[in-house]
Write a protein that binds this ligand. Structure first.
Ligand SMILES: *[C@@H]1O[C@H](CO)[C@@H](O)[C@H](O)[C@H]1NC(C)=O
Ligand SMILES: *[C@@H]1O[C@H](CO)[C@@H](O)[C@H](O)[C@H]1NC(C)=O
Length: 509
C-alpha cells in the first residue's frame, strides 16, 4: 500500500491555487495540513480499548490553532489493515468539537495481526505525520490477551501515579481483613439485596449475588471482564454494592470500624470506596454499539456555539428528588431565567397534574441552552459528566453525593455552585447572564478538565488503580467461595483472536 493515489482533481486545484493564493497555503488563516496536530491513545497499538480514539487540532498556515470549526468535513480518516487480511473496523466521521479540534473514534471487530495504517486527510493532503503505522498485533476489545506486567500496562496508558479520590477512599482501610468481611458483610448488608461478592483469582472472575436487586452486576461483570482481557488483574476478593446509595456509614475511628465496601456513588456521610459509575462505564464499553450518549459522542454534539445558545437555565429529568419539582415552580415564575420540566413521574405521581409532564428531548438538545442546571436525582445525577463535556455553563446543586472525578473540580473555576435548597439558583443564573465572558470562561475550563479526566482510557486506569490498592491491603488470600460461579470471557466468534503475549506459565505463578 503506497502513498500514491489517483489525483484527478490536480489540474483543477492548481487553477484554484492561482486564483486564490490562500488556498495553496499562503494565507495565515488557511488550514495547514502539515502544521495541524494529531495525537491520542488511538494511535498507539498497545492501548486496547472498546473504541479507540484520537484527536485532531486544526492549525493555520501561520501556526495558530483554530478556535472555531474549520468545517464539519475538514478531515477524513481512513483506517486499513497493513496486510492483506481483512479486519472489520467501524470508523465514523470525525466528531467536530466546534472549537477547532476533532475527535476520531474507531471500533475494531477483529485483530490486525500485522497492524493498521491510519490516514488522516485534509482534502487529498496528509495531515501532520499521516499516514500513521500501528505495528501489529493490534488487538480488538474482545480478544482475551492480557498484558502480564501491570506496571508496563499502566505506563503504556500514561495512567497517573495517584488518584486523589482513591487515596482518600482507602485512608480508613490500611489493611483489609477478608475473614472479617466474610463474617460481617452478609449480616450487615445482605438484606438490602444489592450486594455482589466477587473473587478474582489467576485473572478469572468468580461471583455470588446476594439478593434480588443485583441485576446491575452485568455492569460490574462487563468491566471486570474487559479489564481482565487487557491486563492481568491482582488476586482480590471484594463486595460491590450495585444499589444506588452508598452503604457504609460507620466512621473511620468507630469500633468496630467501617468495612471497605465498593460502590458507584459516594456521599459525605459514608465510607464506601467508589468506582466510576455504571453509567459512564457501560456507555464507554458500548460506544458505537447501541448507546448514543457516551463520553466521546457527546463531544461532537454540543449544540450551537456559545453566542447562539438560548440564555436560560435548562432542566429536564425525572421526579427523583423534591428540588426537581421546585424547579418547575421557579421556571413558571421566571421563564426568562429558567426552563425546567419533569419528564416522568414515579415518586410524586400526585403532582403530575399540577406540574405537567414535559415531552422528552434528546440529550444533545440540552446544549441549545447556555446554562445547564444539575440537580441530584436519587443520588448524584449521573448526567453531570456529560453536561461537563458540553460547552454550556454547568450550575451544580451543592450535594453530599459525588462520583469518582468530582474531587478534581473546583466551584467557580469549573462550574457555578448553588445552594441545596435552590435558594440562590435564580440569582446565579442572573449572574451568568450579566457576566457573559466569565461564564463562558468557566464553561470552557470545566469542559477542558472534563475532557482530560473523563477519557475512556482514564476510566481503565482508575479501575485498575483502585483494585491494585485494594489487593495490596488484603491480609489473607482471596478464595473462590463455595457459592460462587465462574464468569467466563465470551468465547463466540466476536472473541476470536491469536494472542501473542507471553502467558505466564504455572510454575511462575
Ligand atoms: C494548540 O492546540 C494544541 C492541542 O490542543 C495544544 O496542545 C496547544 O497548546 C495549542 N497551542 C496554543 C498556542 O494554544
Ligand atoms: C449563529 O447563528 C446564525 C444563524 O444560524 C449563524 O449565521 C451564525 O454564524 C451563528 N454564529 C456563530 C458564532 O456560530
Amino acid at each position: 500500500m503506497g502513498r500514491t493515489r489517483p489525483f484527478p482533481g490536480a489540474a483543477l486545484l492548481l487553477l484554484l491555487a492561482w486564483a486564490s493564493p490562500g488556498a495553496a497555503g499562503g494565507s495565515a488563516e488557511t488550514l495547514s495540513p502539515e502544521r495541524s496536530l494529531v495525537w491520542g491513545p488511538g494511535l498507539h497499538p498497545d492501548i486496547v480499548l472498546p473504541v479507540r480514539y484520537f484527536y485532531i487540532q486544526a492549525v493555520t498556515a501561520g501556526g495558530r490553532n483554530f478556535t472555531h470549526s474549520p468545517g464539519k468535513r475538514a478531515f477524513r480518516v481512513v483506517i486499513k489493515s497493513l496486510a492483506k487480511e481483512f479486519v472489520r473496523i467501524h470508523v465514523p466521521d470525525p466528531l467536530d468539537r466546534n472549537d477547532g479540534s476533532f475527535l476520531v473514534r474507531y471500533r475494531m471487530y477483529g485483530t490486525g495481526n500485522q497492524g493498521l495504517m491510519i490516514e488522516v486527510l485534509h482534502g487529498d493532503k496528509h495531515v501532520a505525520q499521516s499516514p500513521y503505522t500501528l505495528k501489529g498485533p493490534v488487538y480488538h476489545e474482545y480478544c482475551d490477551c492480557p498484558e502480564e506486567d501491570p506496571q508496563a500496562w499502566q505506563e503504556t496508558l500514561s495512567c497517573p501515579d495517584t488518584e486523589a479520590q482513591i487515596s482518600k477512599d482507602f485512608d480508613p482501610f490500611p489493611s483489609i481483613d477478608l475473614t472479617r468481611m466474610l463474617d460481617e458483610v452478609p449480616k450487615r448488608f445482605a438484606d438490602r439485596g444489592a450486594i455482589v461478592h466477587y473473587t478474582v483469582l489467576n485473572n478469572n472472575i468468580y461471583r455470588h449475588s446476594m439478593g434480588r436487586y443485583t441485576d446491575f452486576k452485568m455492569f460490574s461483570d462487563e468491566m471486570l471482564q474487559s479489564l481482565a482481557r487487557k491486563v492481568r488483574l491482582p488476586d482480590f476478593e471484594f463486595y460491590i454494592n450495585v444499589g444506588d446509595w452508598p452503604v457504609e456509614h460507620r466512621k473511620a475511628n468507630d469500633t468496630p470500624g467501617p468495612l471497605p465496601m465498593i460502590s458507584w456513588c459516594g456521599s459525605a456521610d459514608s465510607r464506601d470506596i467508589i468506582l466510576p459509575t455504571y453509567d459512564i462505564t457501560h456507555s464507554t464499553l458500548e460506544t458505537l454499539r447501541g448507546v448514543t450518549n457516551d463520553l466521546l459522542s457527546i463531544q461532537g454534539h454540543t449544540g450551537p456555539s456559545w453566542s447562539n445558545k438560548t440564555e436560560q437555565g435548562f432542566f429536564r429529568g425525572r421526579d427523583s428528588r423534591e428540588e426537581r419539582l421546585q424547579l418547575v415552580h421557579m421556571s413558571r415564575k421566571h421563564p426568562e431565567l429558567l426552563d425546567a420540566g419533569i419528564t416522568g413521574y414515579f415518586f410524586f405521581r400526585e403532582l403530575e397534574e399540577e406540574l405537567g409532564k414535559a415531552s422528552l428531548i434528546g440529550f444533545f438538545d440540552f446544549f441549545n441552552y447556555k446554562y445547564q442546571v444539575n440537580v441530584d436525582g436519587t443520588v448524584a445525577a449521573y448526567r453531570f459528566p456529560y453536561l461537563m463535556l458540553g460547552d454550556s455553563l454547568v450550575l451544580k446543586q451543592d450535594s453530599p453525593y459525588y462520583e469518582h472525578f468530582y474531587s478534581g473540580l473546583k466551584p467557580w473555576k469549573h462550574y457555578v455552585p448553588f445552594k441545596r435548597n435552590l435558594g440562590d439558583l435564580l440569582e446565579k443564573i442572573q449572574w451568568a447572564k450579566d457576566h457573559d465572558e466569565e461564564a463562558k470562561q468557566i464553561a470552557k475550563e470545566g469542559q477542558t478538565l472534563a475532557r482530560e479526566l473523563l477519557q475512556p482510557h482514564r476510566l481503565y486506569c482508575y479501575y485498575y488503580k483502585l483494585f491494585e490498592n485494594y489487593a495490596k491491603r488484603q491480609t489473607s488470600k482471596p478464595e473462590i467461595r463455595e457459592n460462587m460461579e465462574h464468569v467466563p470471557q465470551p468465547d463466540d466468534s466476536s472473541a476470536m483472536c491469536q494472542c501473542h503475549r507471553k502467558k505466564r506459565s504455572k510454575e511462575e505463578l
